[in-house]
Design a binder for this molecule. Structure first.
Ligand code: AHM
Ligand code: MG
Length: 340
């Protein structure tokens, strides 16, 4: 497709014919996500100016309270998405409970799970951060007068009908899948549109990069320790040692590995027995995307896509990226154990 003139709306419209899910309701849901992302992107890009305009959490030069960016992102998402008419319920990493749609707004057949601003501890250092989202269809039955609720949110990532992320980096990018490959769009601020920049992204089957917080090495299971030792050992035939690349910002680490190949890991450890990352808002949507790009995501033993959450804030160990690398890690865990 002609990249210079293809925005996300056109791209989606063009695909409606091979993707029955892409109804008007679905497209309008995507449009709302794009709007929220553009607003967050604008604020993230201004973040460097807070020293000049007034520190976050303090009062700015106009005498207004400057809101923290993660709170701002959550509020923006909720405000934009709840009035769109296509959602019946939402859940977010930043809220204790599910987010219901107030009665004054129409309700739709979709469910949104999202992390409004992941990696926000990196903002002050001008490091890339991101928004992650997943979309399910509601499973409660409107015709039986069932209310939207936990059952709609607690679905395995395999049942997602779409997932994506926005990366606020040197430029802002929107990457998504609706089960027909993974496509990336870059925000052209001069026209205020996300334009097609990366059509049909495929992750290399095997990589040369690993991304993990290695400061936790002594807290990991033997399986994970032996795997990392293996990646660092020299062997010409299997192209080792691997390079280590870790930003500490999930969307940024994932995005780089998606484009270049790589394995990102956040294993369980002695302190965080279930790992750090959340199944619904982080691991699940990215597992769906990586699968669509030809990669794989595992909790060390099984496919992340098959895990049915029983709590909305459930955490899960995450190994995600190039398929052969993630499978190799599973072999090491199987052989050496995963006890911490
Ligand atoms: P957050 O949801 O509180 O922002 O934390 C998630 C972030 C991820 O972006 C990143 O992969 C991970 O935490 C880094 O954790 P650590 O600092 O322990 O390496
Ligand atoms: Mg997060």
């Amino acid at each position: 497709m002609d990249k210079e003139t293809t925005n996300l709306q056109h791209f989606l419209l063009n695909r409606q014919k091979d993707y029955p899910e892409a109804t008007g309701e679905f497209t309008s849901l995507f449009q709302d996500i794009l709007l929220a992302s553009k607003i967050i992107s604008r604020e993230v890009n201004k973040a460097g100016l807070v020293e000049i305009l007034g520190l976050t959490g303090k009062v700015n030069v106009q005498g207004e309270e400057v809101q923290k960016l993660d709170e701002f992102s959550l509020e923006t998402f909720v405000k934009v998405m709840r009035r769109g008419g296509s959602l019946c319920v939402m859940a977010s990493e930043e809220t204790d409970d599910i987010i219901t749609i107030p009665d004054k707004y129409p309700k739709g057949k979709y469910v949104l799970v999202f992390d409004p601003l992941d990696g926000s501890s990196n903002i002050d250092a001008n490091v890339s951060i991101g928004t992650i989202f997943g979309i399910y269809k509601r499973v409660t039955d409107e015709n039986k007068d069932e209310k939207c609720g936990y059952a709609d949110v607690l679905q395995p990532a395999r049942d997602l009908v779409a997932a994506g992320y926005v990366i606020y980096g040197s430029s802002t990018m929107f990457v998504y899948s609706t089960g027909q490959g993974v496509h990336g769009f870059t925000l052209d601020p001069s026209v205020g549109e996300f334009l097609l920049s990366h059509e049909d992204i495929k992750i290399p089957k095997k990589s040369k990069i690993y991304s993990v917080n290695e400061g936790n090495y002594n807290k990991w299971s033997d399986g994970v320790k032996r795997y990392i030792d293996y990646l660092k050992a020299e062997d010409k035939e299997t192209d080792r040692p691997y390079k280590a690349r870790y930003i500490g910002s999930l969307v940024a680490d994932f995005h780089r590995n998606l484009l270049y190949g790589g394995i990102f890991m956040y294993p369980r450890d002695k302190k965080s027995k279930n790992g750090k990352l959340r199944l619904l808002y982080e691991a699940g949507p990215l597992a769906y995307i990586v699968k669509q790009a030809g990669g794989y995501a595992s909790d060390g033993k099984k496919d992340i896509l098959d895990i049915v959450p029983d709590k909305i804030h459930q955490r899960v160990p995450l190994f995600i990226g190039s398929e052969e690398d993630v499978k190799k890690l599973e072999e090491f865990i199987k052989k050496n154990g995963d006890d911490v």
